[in-house]
Design a protein around this ligand. Sequence first.
Ligand SMILES: Nc1ncnc2c1ncn2[C@@H]1O[C@H](COP(=O)(O)OP(=O)(O)O)[C@@H](O)[C@H]1O
Ligand SMILES: O=C(OP(=O)(O)O)[C@H](O)COP(=O)(O)O
Length: 400
Amino acid sequence: MPVRTLDDLDVDGAALGVRVDINSPVDADGGLTDDARIRAHRETIAELAERGGRVALLAHQGRPGGDDFARLEAHAERLDELLDAPVSYCDGTFSADARDAVGALDPGEIVVLENTRFYSEEYMEFEPARAAETFLVSRLAPALDAYVSDAFAAAHRSQPSLVGFPERLPAYAGRILERELDVLGSVEDTPEPRVYVVGGAKVPDSIDVAEHALENGLADTVLTTGVVGNVFLLAAGVDIGTASEEFVRDRGYWDEIGRAADLLGRYPDRIDLPVDVAVERDGERVVLSKTDLPPRDGESAMDIGPATVAAYTDYFDAAGTVVLNGPAGVFEHDLFGDGSRDLFTAVADSDAYSIVGGGDTAAAIRKFDVEGFDHVSTGGGAALTILTGGTLPAVDALRR
Ligand SMILES: Nc1ncnc2c1ncn2[C@@H]1O[C@H](COP(=O)(O)OP(=O)(O)O)[C@@H](O)[C@H]1O
Ligand SMILES: O=C(OP(=O)(O)O)[C@H](O)COP(=O)(O)O
């Protein structure tokens, strides 16, 4: 069943609970160090305000116990700067104060309610019917006329604020959610040949993506980079040195080498591996081609080199679509950003339709100012869930 969208919602004067994902990097004082997700939600929030909605934003920030577990006051201030409509902040989520704040909204006004995860039930996963019985949902829903789900990046969670409200209120997908589902949910309709680039450090997830894409004919070719590339090199019997091996072992990914070898055995002509890597030697970046391997003791393969970028660029030039997840190296380190910068630039500059996902991937794109992708997903885990053929509980909750 298709989800209802904002085109189906009678917004004018309605009190709307709008679940967004503005979970952002914050400093020790709760100040924002990146506002990309807040900017991304502007479109939905501005549309609802312009159409006369009384908008109550629901969102989480961090996880209980984590350094980034914080109030949403800074988020509200940033939204107020970014939007033409007035944005206030309320330090309750479903308390009488919060319900009063929602009730006091005039059409076109916005209030940011407090971090949903300040309430223990919100950090649990429930079936929708049970989620609707939680205090957050059962107390706040009566103050609302409708619910809008725009939190694509959290849609793989079945937490109360994501799956409970549609049991009690008419529920609609916001513009971000709608676009993400359109793009990521219809990869099979994009131009062929399709090239998937799997990098970064979440090796089991990346192998799941590669396996799903190869088995289901979504990808013609899978290109590997990052730690994922190192695991595939090990699976192919390439000696990338003891430090690289230790890294893979320490992360608990040693068994993934067997899975990578299995995929290489099944799809030998459809998976490609780095042909050079970069290590740190005497404080400098040193690129080692395959014939230079293994690196010296203590040197770990931390990036791909220019020959790999060049070889992969040939695939991008011939591709109809490129789907990319994960940085090509330790892009946070000055010596190891080149691979990600150059590879991402090659994708963005190619004529292929390009879809990019992942939290660190998006951070790398911003760091290197790479422009020209067709779609940069706001979600990491949620995007991976779709790319591995999984379903999103928060989206399923809208289909009732
Ligand atoms: N060769 C490598 N060795 C160690 N870490 C790497 C390597 N390549 C990439 N990384 C790390 O992978 C991390 C990002 O991976 P991941 O979380 O899977 O990406 P995303 O959030 O985009 O899905 C970055 O912190 C980066 O430093
Ligand atoms: O940042 C998020 O996910 P992501 O790191 O997978 O992109 C979402 O806000 C979900 O957060 P969670 O993984 O703490 O549930």
